[in-house]
Write a protein that binds this ligand. Structure first.
Ligand SMILES: O=C(O)c1ccccc1NCC(=O)[C@H](O)[C@H](O)COP(=O)(O)O
Length: 347
């Protein structure tokens, strides 16, 4: 895929131009307001790296700055996050090799069944299975919970009736960490854990498993089908499941072409990452589409993600056809997150 190099002053760059250079416009009409976004030939809207490489380039022993890189800025927050990941993974790999992670994975307790935990809870309560998110901060809201103790919050979520937990591991944009995953698992929390990371490489999946994750997030706007299928295989080889996130009908159609999609879970994100606007109608519109009907016929478990604050919101996405919900902000900011879950799900 990509070929990273270190230049003479140790900055990181890319030898190959971004495949996202050949972009076309697509009108996404599933939201209440239609919007236009750029997608490449694989249907991917997020460019994985700056189109002209890093701001410094290397050629043999020389190192030079490329000027006039007007399109070399991230177009939205997801692009900014993904571009940062290349550097972050390099740094992580220097501190902890893949070989070391593999050894940790081999001696880790087995992964738990994420999907089964959701279905079990949903069956018991008649409500969508809750994936409660351990989230300190976000690019859209800044710090959400200043008094952030990940283990206390995770235990409260479990006590309140969450089926599974989502643990944000991104440090720069969400103030999360892989350590939080490890600490929550080590504290004896029984709910299966989702590694909520912006995955672009297999290394991150191994890292998540080594820290105790049972499932991992993969985002359709970031990963073309070939990469998605590869990362799903990596996760399956570690007995992990994937939460595959879409935000449009087109992305859902593309994901439905993937082998073994039924063994995993599909999520619809209600947050528009260009504007940060959250609209629960995104879940309904996608579920009402032809692709949404196929999802129901094929019995694929769907998750409504983001912007769920009230029992009415839960009812709205449940009526739209999802079997699970992913909730962060509305629970994590409460003094008593266990009570927050009971009130949200009216248990
Ligand atoms: O939450 C953000 O601001 C955000 C920005 C950029 C990329 C992803 C983002 N959120 C990730 C999520 O999917 C949410 O944390 C998750 O769905 C929970 O959402 P919420 O209940 O609204 O906190």
């Amino acid at each position: 895929m990509k070929t990273l190099f270190k230049s003479s002053n140790n900055t990181t760059g890319f030898k190959r131009p971004c495949r996202g250079n050949k972009l076309k416009l697509r009108t996404v009409s599933v939201r209440s307001t239609s919007m236009t976004e750029q997608v490449d030939k694989d249907g991917v809207s997020i460019r994985r790296r700056p189109p002209s490489g890093g701001d410094r380039q290397a050629c043999g022993p020389f190192d030079f700055r490329v000027t006039g890189l007007d399109d070399n800025k991230p177009r939205n927050i997801l692009e900014e996050i993904v571009w940062w990941k290349a550097k972050e993974i390099d740094y992580m790999r220097e501190k902890q090799s893949l070989a070391l992670l593999k050894a940790m994975v081999n001696s880790a307790p087995p992964a738990r069944d994420f999907k089964a935990a959701i279905m079990k809870k949903a069956g018991e309560t008649g409500k969508p299975g809750l994936i409660a998110e351990v989230k300190k901060a976000s690019p859209s809201k800044g710090v959400i919970q200043p008094d952030f103790d990940p283990v206390r919050i995770a235990k409260a979520y479990e006590e309140g009736g969450a089926a599974c937990l989502s643990v944000l591991t991104d440090e720069k944009f969400f103030q999360g960490s892989f350590d939080n995953l490890r600490l929550i698992r080590a504290a004896g929390v029984q709910c299966p854990l989702l590694c909520k990371e912006f995955v672009v490489e297999a290394y991150q999946v191994f890292k998540g498993r080594a820290c105790g994750a049972d499932a991992v997030l993969l985002i359709a706007s970031v990963l073309p089908n070939q990469d998605m299928a590869y990362l799903m295989k990596v996760a399956a080889s570690l007995n992990m499941q994937c939460l595959i996130e879409v935000h449009s009908v087109e992305e859902l159609e593309r994901m439905l072409l993937l082998p073994d999609i039924e063994k995993n879970i599909l999520g619809i994100n209600n947050r528009d990452l260009q504007t940060f606007k959250v609209d629960l109608a995104n879940t309904k519109n996608i579920m009402d589409s032809e692709a949404g009907k196929q999802v129901k016929e094929r019995g694929i478990l769907m998750v409504g993600e983001s912007g769920i604050f009230t029992p009415d919101d839960v009812a709205f996405v449940q009526n739209a056809g999802v079997g699970a919900i992913l909730v962060g902000e509305s629970l994590v900011k409460q003094g008593d997150p266990a009570l927050g879950i009971k009130q949200l799900l009216t248990l």
